[in-house]
Design a protein around this ligand. Structure first.
Ligand code: NAP
Length: 277
């Protein structure tokens, strides 16, 4: 019998994870099935679906909105990345235990460094937004050797509090946060981790924030050239990218954790990448 894995969320019909993991399994020759589970809107939907999946022999889950916190809370053990992000996006069932990880940040770093060929070592990084995606991205960006990281958010206090909370874990990388109007200087990498692109809006980042040759990265995917990416181009950014590679790379990390073999991500990237015209 093939080993069972799934992604759980609500809603879940839009999820690309079954396609991505199906391509990984094929490429890596793994005998597994991967399905999508709708945890429902109720408060106890996640717990019930988790118990049913484990009882049916499930080996691991990817977790997406709105269950990332519930997944962390359900775990017996969690990685530092998951604990500090306050969220888990992957679970593994090891005997009677539930282990939790968060691969969103490392997925982002791998996409930038490997797929987009932009080493983060020594780079000034600006992250827009102070929600769950930013929380998961900050320490992996710092670990990759960023020279400094600034978080800017519409609600300035949230960015300041998040930066203050995570700064002690960021090693030698200075980590600061505040509002958009307090932004100073130029950045080599500007990451839009707000959800503004989902509603066709752009965060109010000044043109001066983009250093010559900058990479502008929008975590949203499937939206083409978003208003943020368009504004970045007008401000002189040399390279623009959406978040599809982040999605594929975090999936590859989970796959490797579950199966002990890192899949080749090229087929999934080629299948899901849409030109940003
Ligand atoms: P979240 O926790 O809901 O946080 C949303 C953030 O966006 C907040 O900081 C919010 O600011 C800000 N925001 C919302 N609308 C805005 C606007 N019109 N102008 C300026 N700021 C605005 O969301 P999240 O989980 O962090 O996700 C953020 C984005 O990343 C989503 O689009 C999600 O799809 C994407 N994402 C992609 C991947 C991937 O694999 N590619 C993974 C995770 C997330 P306030 O604090 O002021 O409300």
């Amino acid at each position: 019998m093939p080993d069972r894995y799934a992604v759980i969320g609500h809603p879940i019909a839009h999820s690309k994870s079954p396609l991505i993991h199906g391509l990984f399994a094929q490429a890596a020759g793994q005998d597994m099935v991967y399905e999508a589970i709708d945890g429902g809107a109720g408060a106890d939907g996640f717990a019930r679906a988790l118990a049913a999946f484990r009882a049916a022999g499930g080996r691991g889950l990817n977790v997406t909105l709105p269950f990332k916190l519930a997944a962390l809370q359900a775990a017996d053990a969690a990685s530092d990345d998951a604990r500090l992000a306050g969220a888990a996006n992957a679970l593994r069932f090891d005997g009677g235990r539930i282990e939790a990880r968060n691969f969103d940040g490392i997925g982002l770093v791998r996409d930038i460094e490997v797929n987009l060929r932009r080493p983060l070592q020594g780079q000034a990084v600006l992250v827009l937004g102070a929600g769950g995606a930013t929380r998961g991205a900050l320490l992996p960006l710092a670990r990759a050797g960023a020279a400094r990281i600034v978080v800017a958010n519409r609600t300035a206090d949230k960015a300041a509090a998040l930066a203050a909370e995570l700064a002690p874990h960021a090693g030698a990388c200075p980590l600061n946060g505040g509002g958009f109007d307090a932004l100073q200087g130029a950045f080599d990498v500007v990451i839009n981790a707000t959800s503004a692109s989902l509603s066709g809006a752009a965060p109010p980042v000044p043109a001066s924030a983009f250093a010559p040759g900058a990479l502008a990265y929008d975590m949203v995917y499937g939206k083409g050239l978003t208003p943020f990416l368009r504004a970045a181009q007008q401000a002189g950014a040399a390279q623009v990218a959406d978040g599809v590679g982040m999605l594929v790379e975090q999936a590859a990390e989970a796959f490797a954790w579950w199966r002990g073999v890192r899949p080749d991500t090229r087929a999934a990237l080629a299948r899901l990448t849409v030109p940003l015209a």
